[in-house]
Design a binder for this molecule. Structure first.
Ligand code: MTE
Length: 308
């Protein structure tokens, strides 16, 4: 088993903080500059960056330049390089997040106040797009479950809905009628409470660039990338399953669950293999994106071909 999970990492393996920071800065600097790292360096980076590391030995970090210029963020255009070009100067302070619905503590939270209580963790996750490409990204953020615990959901809170900012003056793509804006995504409560589910505020040890969803986005590593709603302004706890944007547009193609599943093809292309950005040969896609040991239990007894 090549996947490292937090509980398996012994305290002795944890790099002391100064060394961790020094090595991290050095190696991530190299990686950010697009310098190819040796296997040993990559492993050191993965382990040093992610004490809760979830990269595999055969995973290579996708360089910073690629992670931040090959994006899907339709609010800033439909081309892969549109978001990095069109989101330049996107202002993310002040930023309010409305948290409402079936919780004891609804309210409008200032982004910085919202995230302050949480210890930021760095997690190297495989990031698999429904378009059959993938990356490996060192995200920075905190588990969504920590936020949920503080908000005290009621027993009627069965799902969590995430909504992106709606502002066509700042997000030019929203002037097109491509989507019923704003972009909405949702999770079942047990998915939201899973320790792998992250609220992300940064990558490569830096604040999240606008094209990657600043200042706050969702990352659910066993699901296709589209579940990771960007630039979130509303988190709503609800009793019924939310309608997510891609499912609303094309229900035959995109479901609510969107779990990475090589056995269930998209109607227009296979999901069996993926192109890791930067690699020539396609590699097999892993069930639940390689996180099956941790998450398959959430779906026990469900027909995953019907619930795609
Ligand atoms: N969130 C919003 N608001 N708008 C989008 O168009 N695209 C999704 C997801 N989140 C999208 C979004 C898709 S299809 C993917 S694959 C990921 O963001 C891409 O994240 P990345 O650009 O950071 O790799």
């Amino acid at each position: 088993m090549l996947i490292r999970r937090a509980p398996e990492i012994r305290p002795a393996e944890i790099t002391p903080e100064p060394l961790y920071l020094g090595r991290r800065a050095f190696l991530s600097g190299l990686a950010a500059a697009g310098v190819a790292l040796t296997l040993g360096e990559r492993r050191a980076l993965a382990q040093g960056l992610a004490r809760e590391g979830l990269a595999r030995d055969d995973d290579t970090l996708t360089p910073y330049d690629v992670v931040t210029t090959y994006n899907n963020f339709y609010e800033f255009g439909t081309g892969k390089d549109d978001p990095s070009a069109n989101a330049k100067g996107f202002v993310t302070r002040p930023w309010k997040v409305r948290i409402e619905g079936e919780i004891a503590k609804p309210g409008d939270y200032d982004f910085d106040d919202l995230v302050r209580p949480y210890q930021q963790v760095e997690r190297v996750y495989r990031h698999r797009c429904v378009e059959a490409w993938s990356m490996v990204v060192p995200w920075l953020g905190f588990p969504l479950k920590d936020l949920v615990a503080r908000l005290q959901p009621t027993s009627r809170a069965k799902f969590v809905e995430f909504t992106t900012l709606l502002d066509p003056t700042r997000m030019p793509g929203q002037k097109s009628r491509l989507f019923p804006w704003p972009y909405v995504e949702g999770l079942r409560m047990d998915e939201a409470l899973h320790p792998l589910t992250l609220m992300v505020t940064g990558l490569y040890g830096k604040p999240l660039p606008p094209q990657n969803g600043a200042p706050l986005r969702l990352v659910v590593p066993w699901k296709y990338g589209f579940k990771g709603g960007k630039s979130i302004v509303r988190i709503r706890f609800v009793e019924t399953q939310p309608a997510n944007t891609w499912q609303v547009i094309a229900p035959d193609e995109y479901g609510f669950y969107a779990n990475v599943n090589p056995a269930v093809d998209h109607p227009r292309w296979s999901q069996a293999r993926e192109r890791r950005i930067g690699e020539f040969y396609k590699r097999p896609t892993l069930p639940f994106n390689g996180y099956a040991d941790q998450v398959a239990g959430l779906y026990r007894g469900m027909d995953l071909a019907r619930n795609y």
